[in-house]
Design a protein around this ligand. Structure first.
Ligand SMILES: NC(=O)c1ccc[n+]([C@@H]2O[C@H](COP(=O)([O-])OP(=O)(O)OC[C@H]3O[C@@H](n4cnc5c(N)ncnc54)[C@H](O)[C@@H]3O)[C@@H](O)[C@H]2O)c1
Length: 290
């Protein structure tokens, strides 16, 4: 994900990559070959004074400690989702940002996909009438490495937070109750706590039904689509599909980091904040428990 953020930064306006901090020598070598400074730790990066803000794209279990360290040093932070692996961690991250007087944005990139922004505007303008249901699918081509899966919080947290944030953001409603079922199908040795596909149902605070489908293997490549059914309208959008999916993702990451840079300048957050991340994580964990 760090590499994708670097590519987005290359293309973004009003913000520039300065340095990379990563314990991996291979990653640091890649950074220096791009002309960036590279440090083995965040502490070393902070000592250099190279950066005004940071993107955290380390494994999720490290999000809180990294946000705390960066915020304490006065750097604004765009943290990858889920921004911790428990809602309390996300709240602590928010508190750390407040103490440091810095912004904390969370990387829910769907909020920067133009077709979804347009859909949300139309939902909020009442074009669909009352929303009966929103169904969201996210199926990845292949799972991340086993070591990542074991510490990512499992599929419902790792992938599901995107869908719960999307449901909240699109509908303007909170997630009330969540329950789910996991498929028993696994392509190789199952990973404890990380089934390969799940289906979740949730009720939203305004009465809308949320349906979430997640899978770690999909022959068509990384894909996301959704369907909105209202009393006065219906729409189905394949917003990430096939070879065009990468372009959509890349473009959303560019818009996301540009919005973050704008927020650093004018202190108006345009993306998801820590409270949004906390709500998405709470819903995902409720689905995991169910
Ligand atoms: N928004 C999205 O759609 C999306 C997609 C994939 C991953 N992610 C998120 O991005 C994060 C990283 O996922 P990934 O798949 O890139 O993981 P990864 O394991 O491939 O990469 C993590 C990187 O962090 C580095 N790292 C480890 N400890 C570090 C530390 N203390 N300081 C700095 N760097 C450190 C590792 O060396 C590695 O280079 C996760 O939180 C994941 O949830 C988000």
């Amino acid at each position: 994900m760090g590499q994708l953020h670097l590519s987005a930064l290359d293309a973004a306006s009003g913000v520039e990559a300065a340095a990379v901090a990563d314990p991996s020598e291979r990653v640091r070598a890649g950074a220096t070959s791009r002309g960036l400074s590279a440090y083995a730790s965040v502490d070393a990066l902070l000592e250099s004074g190279d950066a005004q803000a940071a993107i955290v794209a380390a494994p999720s279990a490290l999000h809180l400690s990294l946000v705390e360290r960066l915020a304490e040093a006065g750097l604004h932070v765009l943290c990858e989702k889920p921004c911790g692996t428990a809602p309390e961690e996300t709240s602590h991250a928010r508190d750390a940002a407040e103490r440091g007087g810095v912004l904390l944005q969370v990387g829910f990139w769907r909020r920067f996909v133009p077709t979804l922004v347009d859909l949300r505007d139309r939902i909020h303008a009442g074009v669909f009438g009352e929303l009966s249901a929103i169904a969201c699918w996210q199926w990845d081509e292949r799972p991340p490495p086993r070591a990542f899966r074991e510490t990512s919080g499992g599929i419902v947290v790792d992938m599901g937070v995107h869908e719960f944030d999307q449901l909240r953001w699109l509908s303007g409603q909170d997630v009330d109750r969540v329950s789910g079922l996991a498929s028993g199908v696994a392509y190789d040795d199952p990973v404890e706590g990380d089934p390969e596909s799940v289906a979740l149902l949730c009720s939203l605070s305004g009465g809308t039904l949320g349906i979430v489908s997640l899978g770690r293997r999909f022959s068509e490549g990384d894909s996301c689509w959704l369907e909105v059914i209202g009393t006065q309208g219906h729409e189905r959008i394949d917003f990430m599909a096939g070879t065009d999916g990468e372009r959509v993702f890349h473009q959303a990451l560019i818009s996301q980091v540009e919005a973050f840079a704008a927020a650093v300048r004018d202190r108006v957050l345009r993306g998801a904040g820590a409270d949004d991340a906390s709500q998405a994580l709470r819903a995902a964990l409720a689905g995991t428990a169910g």
